[in-house]
Write a protein that binds this ligand. Structure first.
Ligand code: ASP
Length: 343
């Protein structure tokens, strides 16, 4: 079967060149010369029919400059082109790829097609680039119809030989070609000599129409607790209504220092309608409020357990929930897994 794939280039190392300023993204025109088979629409003619269209998110960025506006622009490109393509590939820098993937997963309700995010550790211009492998693998997942494989109707990250659920992924290496992992969730697929899909983990399609829920609150902070930390500055921010939500990265399974300031912080949150989304700073495992005496302080209405959510998914979900839903609905949405982001 023929498939039609939409490729969006947003920047990142994949298309970067050394300049006097350091590595900077170059234009798609330069990059596509290194991808002649895509340029000539003959990539997999040998095996299967597949056609590509491409677009560029201007200005192309190092992904460290991506922000909620960029996430919205990417989501809009997908929404506008949704009916004309079988799958979407987003070429993106690796630094904030897990944030964008998480944000897109929340924004795109009823997603029934693959949105495959990829990038690389070495630019496409480098003789040892991993960009070709990553893009080729992404093409298989987005162009699944041409390759007789099952659809992965999710925002996923395709990197090295892994296909990971986007909102379960974290960047775990600045150097290794295996740059991403999904610490609390198995791969959706393995792209080794054989392609193996974890069909029982892949989300099911539904009959709904794609809906874009695009807003993000920026009145959110991400706070990592450390030994000796007292949250007085945070309490001031809450009392002065400067923030609506906190991703609190606790010790272990939800533990905090047993000091009066933490009780004051909880009281301030209760009084001001500020949400604490509790996560763990451990890469693996989950929050279990009440397991230790030192986590009992979190047993309050204003605290929601993020269970085994990643930091990236927790932050983007909290921004998104506060940005789109009224107070009375927030707790419910945050405590449920709405896009497979928590177990
Ligand atoms: N700084 C780059 C970026 O995130 C890193 C990369 O793409 O690997 O855009």
């Amino acid at each position: 079967m023929q498939s039609n794939v939409f490729i969006l280039y947003t920047g990142g190392t994949f298309g970067m060149k050394e300049t006097t300023n350091g590595l900077e993204p170059s234009s798609w025109e330069e990059i596509i010369n290194y991808l002649p088979a895509i340029k000539n629409q003959s990539y997999f003619d040998f095996f299967n029919e597949i056609t590509f269209s491409y677009d560029v998110l201007e200005p192309v960025l190092d992904s460290s400059s991506m922000n909620p506006d960029s996430w919205k622009k990417i989501a809009k490109k997908i929404k506008v082109n949704y009916d004309n393509y079988d799958g979407f590939i987003i070429i993106h820098g690796t630094d904030t790829l897990a944030y964008t993937a998480s944000a897109l997963s929340f924004m795109l309700e009823n997603l029934n097609k693959p949105v495959v995010m990829t990038g690389s550790q070495l630019p496409i211009f480098h003789p040892r680039t991993d960009g070709i492998t990553n893009l080729s693998n992404a093409i298989y997942i987005a162009g699944y119809l041409s390759f007789g494989i099952n659809c992965i109707p999710e925002v996923c990250i395709c990197f090295n030989d892994d296909v990971l659920r986007g909102n379960r992924s974290v960047k775990t290496s600045t150097n290794d070609f295996e740059g991403f992992s999904s610490p609390n969730f198995e791969n959706l697929a393995y792209l080794e000599q054989n392609i193996t899909l974890n069909n029982n983990l892949i989300r099911h399609k539904n009959n709904g129409e794609l809906i874009l829920i695009p807003h993000f609150s920026e009145n959110v902070v991400n706070v990592t607790v450390f030994p000796g930390y007292t949250p007085s500055a945070l309490i001031d921010l809450i009392k002065n209504k400067k923030i609506d939500g906190i991703v609190l990265k606790t010790f272990g399974s939800g533990n905090l220092p047993e000091t009066p300031q933490w009780h004051e912080l909880i009281r301030a949150c209760e009084d001001n309608g500020t949400i604490i989304f509790a996560t763990t700073q451990c890469p693996n495992g989950k929050i279990e409020i009440g397991q230790y005496a030192s986590s009992k302080i979190l047993k309050h209405e204003c605290v929601i357990s993020g269970k085994d959510i990643t930091s990236e998914a927790a932050l983007t979900k909290l921004m998104w929930v506060i940005g789109n839903y009224p107070h009375q609905e927030r707790r419910d949405i945050l405590s449920q897994s709405i896009r497979g982001e928590m177990t």
